[in-house]
Design a protein around this ligand. Structure first.
Ligand SMILES: NC(=O)c1ccc[n+]([C@@H]2O[C@H](COP(=O)([O-])OP(=O)(O)OC[C@H]3O[C@@H](n4cnc5c(N)ncnc54)[C@H](OP(=O)(O)O)[C@@H]3O)[C@@H](O)[C@H]2O)c1
Length: 221
């Protein structure tokens, strides 16, 4: 039994992480801006008011956790907004960097004191943040911010290796959530999270700092 803290836990992949972890007997702390009926129904500890772009909200969460050791910190919260070349919205670019790259780094640092040797940091990135895999262009804000997240994860893996903390960059696949407009061809969150938890369970200091698809395939930067 381990303690998992999940951001963006009120819907989509985040809620499904909470459900499967609770079902297998782990302790879940579900952080979110505002809870949902689906999250309420899980019967896990909910920490609302956690906007990961707010330093005050991060500090408030750390205070409420009162030093509780966290075994696995899953940075799941993310934001996808359409940003094409013709209509580049600079505020949207900034927003996506704040949520997808800067927030996870700041929250990781804020919770470092609660991560013991053996703890794991999970960064939910995307194959859209793979430069090698980019064959369709566009999505500037999302792609650029997820690349930045991948780089943060690589540095975290190096910096935290001496402390015995491992880091994984995970892509869930194309998943049927609000982010993808519940796309019919996407996989169900249940299936994606089963694969993601396999990757998290298998993560070790030896495999730290790498980029994986939920299906076990290693992805190129
Ligand atoms: N679905 C896919 O196919 C797919 C593919 C690749 C990667 N991913 C990644 O997987 C993760 C989960 O995606 P999803 O599909 O479950 O997306 P989703 O259904 O759109 O959920 C996004 C979650 O992030 C939260 N969030 C957004 N901005 C936030 C902020 N400032 N502070 C705190 N929480 C914030 C949302 O909270 P609110 O309800 O408060 O907005 C929501 O809980 C994301 O990092 C996403 O980039 C998803």
């Amino acid at each position: 039994m381990a303690t998992y803290l999940i951001t963006g836990a009120n819907r989509g992949i985040g809620t499904e992480y909470g459900r499967q972890l609770k079902d297998r007997g782990d302790t879940v702390i579900a952080a979110c801006r505002r809870s949902s009926p689906e999250l309420d129904a899980l019967g896990v500890r909910i920490e609302s008011g956690v906007d990961i772009t707010s330093a005050a909200a991060i500090a408030g969460l750390v205070e409420r956790l009162e030093g509780l050791p966290i075994d696995v910190l899953i940075h799941n919260a993310g934001l996808l907004e359409a940003t094409c070349l013709e209509t580049l919205d600079v505020e949207s670019l900034r927003r996506q960097f704040e949520v997808n790259a800067i927030g996870p780094l700041l929250l990781s640092r804020a919770l470092l004191g609660q991560l013991a040797p053996g703890a794991k940091l999970i960064l939910m990135t995307s194959r859209m943040g793979s430069i090698a895999d980019n064959s369709s262009g566009g999505s500037y804000g999302y792609r650029m911010s997820k690349v930045a997240l991948c780089m943060a994860g690589k540095s975290l893996a190096i910096d935290l290796q001496p402390r015995g903390i491992s880091v994984a960059l995970l892509h869930p696949g194309l998943v049927r959530t609000r982010m993808t407009g519940f796309a019919a061809q996407a996989v169900a969150p249940e299936q994606a999270v089963r694969g993601l938890l396999d990757r998290i369970d298998a993560l070790s200091l030896e495999t730290s700092g790498r980029f994986w698809h939920a299906n076990g395939q290693e992805l190129p930067w």
